[in-house]
Design a protein around this ligand. Structure first.
Ligand code: GSH
Length: 197
């Protein structure tokens, strides 16, 4: 199994984190992102979207961090991280989708603007990120984990860009449920960190 990776990418980090949590060995392949390696063959052939992370497992090549989490959870994680029972699976996916949508366009975009100089509407990203924090704060009222009564890939998918929010001027601030949830994830066995977390 190989992961094409960038250390500072939250999308790559969530895959590294999950691989560590489930104890799955893999080979890390750093991508020369500044040199644009992800936009040229062979990576652009592996992922025509020209983005990382990319995961290979035997003959399988996968793009998209959420899709990769789903694959790893089902293939290697048993029932724990993504159950097959219909309602539970859908409840996990509700929050995995939030990582792909609201979190990507909120705290992720704000960080891309501030830390990496991407030409994005920072004000719009901040508005979306504030909504993300409010929704998470409400969901975590009286609950330890986002979807089920245990950690699932919903928590892993949403965690990185929320916890890195300060890099886009979206600190968790007065959201105690979100702050406690972040600390809970950081306390999981085999947790690994990334810069600025
Ligand atoms: N939905 C994708 C988004 C992946 C993505 O945007 N990756 C960034 C790095 S974090 C990237 O490769 N961007 C390409 C670029 O900026 O040129 C995922 O979750 O993996």
């Amino acid at each position: 199994m190989q992961l094409y990776d960038l250390e500072l990418s939250g999308n790559c980090y969530k895959v590294r984190l999950f691989l560590s949590l489930i104890g799955q060995p893999y080979e890390l392949i750093p991508v020369d992102f500044l040199g644009g390696a992800h936009k040229k063959p062979p990576l652009s052939d592996m992922n025509p979207f020209c983005e990382i992370p990319i995961l290979t497992d035997g003959a399988l090549t996968l793009r998209d961090s959420q899709a990769i989490l789903i694959y790893l959870a089902r293939q290697y994680g048993g029932e724990a991280w993504l159950p097959t029972e219909a309602a539970s699976m859908a409840q996990v996916m509700e929050w995995v989708m939030m990582a792909e949508n609201e979190i990507a366009r909120g705290p992720n975009d704000a960080r891309l603007h501030d830390k990496f100089g991407y030409e994005l509407d920072h004000g719009l990203a901040v508005d979306k990120a504030k909504r993300v924090l409010s929704l998470l704060e409400a969901q975590l009222e009286g609950k330890e984990w986002l979807a089920l009564d245990r950690p699932t890939i919903a928590d892993i998918a949403c965690f990185p860009y929320v916890a890195l929010g300060h890099e886009g001027r979206i600190p968790v601030g007065d959201h105690p449920n979100v702050a406690a949830w972040i600390n809970r994830i950081k306390s999981l066995p085999r947790f690994v960190t990334m810069p600025e977390l």
